[in-house]
Design a protein around this ligand. Structure first.
Ligand code: INI
Length: 158
């Protein structure tokens, strides 16, 4: 049996965070969670790019463009879709999730999902540095782990 795990060592990584402006009082905390986590895990500051987009619906579009440059080892997408604010909730949240997964199918890097999908503002606050953690931090941790895992999988089969 062999166990393959990606170490949370970002020192050799170049990453991007895509962050949506909609619900910015929430998403700015997700962004900080993501960038703080990248720095804490050794990603050099000049290897972290932050890209703002209007809303969660636009996250996959920017992630795709970033992935296509071939310059990043991982991309973390962050946003906040709050059900009470829009009848479009299911479309916006669903398309963001599906679109991000589509990018991971088309490019060989992890693109992670740090999008809060909540019923109300209180739940969003709890997931952006409150009682239930920080989705931006989670997305960056997952991005680092997957980006260091992929070459280990490749190496195990070469
Ligand atoms: N975008 C969000 O990121 N969160 C939301 O809660 C939201 N609501 O409520 O509508 C939202 N809408 C904007 C959407 O993401 C696009 O920016 C817009 O439809 C233009 O394409």
């Amino acid at each position: 049996m062999r166990v393959i795990e990606g170490p949370l060592d970002g020192s050799a990584l170049r990453v991007a965070v895509v962050v949506s402006r909609f619900n910015e009082m929430i998403t700015e905390k997700l962004l900080k969670g993501a960038t703080d986590t990248a720095l804490e895990h050794g990603v050099p500051e000049d290897c972290i790019d932050v890209v703002w987009v209007p809303g969660a619906y636009e996250l996959p579009m920017a992630a795709r463009r970033l992935a296509a440059t071939g310059r990043y080892h991982a991309i973390a997408c962050t946003g906040a879709v709050i059900r009470g604010q829009t009848p479009h909730f299911d479309f916006v949240a669903g398309e963001a999730a599906r679109g991000i997964m589509d990018v991971t199918r088309d490019f060989p890097i992890p693109v992670t999902f740090g999008v809060i999908t909540s019923d109300n503002l209180e739940q969003a606050q709890a997931r952006s540095g409150g009682a239930v953690g920080n989705k931006g931090r989670e997305a960056m941790l997952a991005a680092i782990e997957m980006a260091t895992l992929f070459p280990l999988i490749d190496r195990a089969h070469s």
